[in-house]
Design a protein around this ligand. Structure first.
Ligand SMILES: O=C(O)CCC(=O)C(=O)O
Ligand SMILES: [Fe+2]
Length: 417
């Protein structure tokens, strides 16, 4: 049942649930961000009811996840199974709540986590779902600007140390080169933003989730400049979004991406520490670069540390979200880092390596405060632009839905009734 059709006195902020979600889900650097939960639905699952596997539809750049609260109504079955990149967790609310009439159970997860409600065996399972958004940074009173030392609970410094050790090894990429990391989480881009002037990555580093944020931060802490890039299905690397839906009939997508959009042909090499070998060549382009020979264009060789296709589904099809969505999303987002040759990077590393963790933290905080001021204006502009585009997209979709009837949406949504 949609949120407009009922009221609830449960206030997730009030009972401290949002705070717990913030600390549990977001990296430390984001704990000072307010998060906002928007009530989305009330679900009542009777015997045999279930919810097919899906991901929740992102509603704007600031939405980062979902929260499910389960009420202590007696039931069996109906576990929520969560899946992300081959990992699976089961949230068995029936077991958690059995015999606890005065408790609630909850689970919060990032938007790119697939989830499914298994059939209810008996009783009724009653849940509220919320969309989770990043809110504004808390504006602190001057007296509250004291630095509070919290224990480090993200492993940015460990990752940074590991990168430092690797980069100071003269045997590692002696001539330098480009390292690539497929991001672990997906990010929502509106399908309407094919405008070449529109930079899809603006502000993205502030919205990175979990381990992606740790990786990005570790590279910047090394004095390196990680760059965001999109990799198309055809292995063309772009630094901007292209809306394929506008193209109509195109003879050769790769050629068009290269010529019209300054794309680069990706030549992948795979990083592998197996069997004592530091590098293993990727098999894809091993015997002659077919794309290069056929369609020309400049190429870029990337040594992938994590799989470039790691960022979840490339496009969001009608049947995949919990609501119909026709947009074409490029979610194969990667971070590329240009690693200088060994001589040059030793100079840079020398400058960075003398600092203690505390000095670095202070610097981080000062830097963040400066950046905050610089970026607030930019962000607002970006927000407006993004939201406009997103709203337009939704309006278009709603129009289409109305024309086509609502069967598909209902089907895609769930089968619990
Ligand atoms: O009821 C649940 O546990 C999950 C519901 C859900 O996934 C949704 O409404 O999108
Ligand atoms: Fe869902």
């Amino acid at each position: 049942m949609d949120a407009e059709r009922f009221v609830t006195r449960l206030d997730v902020e009030d009972i401290g649930l949002l705070k717990a979600v913030n600390l549990g889900l977001l990296p430390r650097r984001d704990h000072k961000l307010n998060i906002r939960a928007e009530l989305y639905k009330l679900n009542v699952y009777g015997e045999g009811a279930f919810f097919k596997p899906h991901r929740d539809t992102p509603r704007g750049k600031k939405m980062f996840g979902s929260l499910v609260v389960v009420f202590p109504t007696a039931h069996e079955g109906g576990a929520l199974v969560l899946r992300h990149r081959g990992d699976e967790w089961t949230f068995d609310s029936a077991a958690m709540l059995a015999g606890r009439a005065n408790s609630l159970a909850y689970v919060a997860f990032f938007s790119d986590v697939e989830h499914e409600v298994m059939p209810v065996v008996s009783g009724h399972r009653v849940t509220l779902t919320y969309n989770l958004y990043y809110g504004d940074r808390r504006k602190l009173a001057p007296t509250a600007r004291l630095k509070v030392r919290t224990p480090i609970n993200s492993n940015t410094y460990e990752v940074k140390d590991a990168l430092g050790a690797l980069l100071s090894d003269p045997a590692f990429m002696p001539e330098g080169g480009t390292l690539g990391f497929g991001l672990n989480h997906s990010y929502a881009f509106p399908a309407t933003c094919g405008d070449a002037d529109w930079n899809p990555f603006k502000g993205l580093r502030r919205w990175l989730k979990g381990s992606d944020a740790v990786l990005y931060k570790a590279w910047t802490a090394m004095g390196m400049e990680p760059k965001f890039r999109l990799v198309s299905e055809h292995d063309i690397v772009l630094d901007h979004m292209v809306n394929l839906a506008d193209w109509g009939q195109v003879e050769c997508v790769e050629r068009a991406l290269l010529k019209r959009h300054d794309g680069l042909v990706l030549k992948s090499k795979v990083f592998s520490g197996k069997d004592g070998a530091l590098w293993r060549e990727g098999d894809k382009y091993e015997d002659g670069d077919e794309y290069e020979g056929e369609i020309g264009g400049n190429s870029l060789t990337v040594y992938w540390v994590t799989n470039p296709s790691g960022g979840g589904p490339r496009s969001d099809y009608l049947h995949y979200g919990n609501e119909a969505s026709l947009g074409y999303f490029w979610t194969r987002v990667c971070i590329l880092v240009d690693v200088p040759g060994v001589d040059e990077r030793c100079k840079t590393l020398g400058r960075e390596s003398g600092k203690t963790a505390t000095e670095e933290e202070d610097e981080d905080e000062d830097e963040e405060a400066d950046e905050e001021e610089d970026e607030e204006e930019d962000e607002e502009q970006f927000e407006e632009q993004f939201e406009e585009q997103f709203e337009e997209q939704f309006e278009e979709e709603e129009d289409e839905d109305e024309n086509e009837g609502e069967d598909e949406e209902d089907e895609a949504k769930n089968e619990k009734d």
